[in-house]
Design a protein around this ligand. Sequence first.
Ligand SMILES: [Zn+2]
Ligand SMILES: [Zn+2]
Length: 122
Amino acid sequence: MTDQQKEKIIQMREEGNGYGAIAKEVGLSKSTIGNFCKALENPPSYCLECGKKLVHIEGHRRKKYCSDKCRHSYNRKFGKNNVNVSYETECAYCHKKFKTYKSLKKKYCSWDCYLKGRYGGK
Ligand SMILES: [Zn+2]
Ligand SMILES: [Zn+2]
């Protein structure tokens, strides 16, 4: 397959042509076009943690990690989906700094402050 053919395939694909039409146009077999387009549309992905190439299984959700171990250690580092990352925040009532977990979405350092902050009263 020449670069020219590749360009033509990509261009025709973008215009919404089917494999058959493209095959006719560039003079290659339909299955060649199909494989080329599939590779384009499903680029190989790599484990976000260790960079290992991931095998995408047709019909399954695309994986981001090669293993649970990598998923865990990536989440530990970047904490996007990790709800158990602790962070420091300020109590909305007494303004004391305290540590909490993202999953808890706590605004107050203690139950006492929570009650006072929510319902007023000193
Ligand atoms: Zn990995
Ligand atoms: Zn407080």
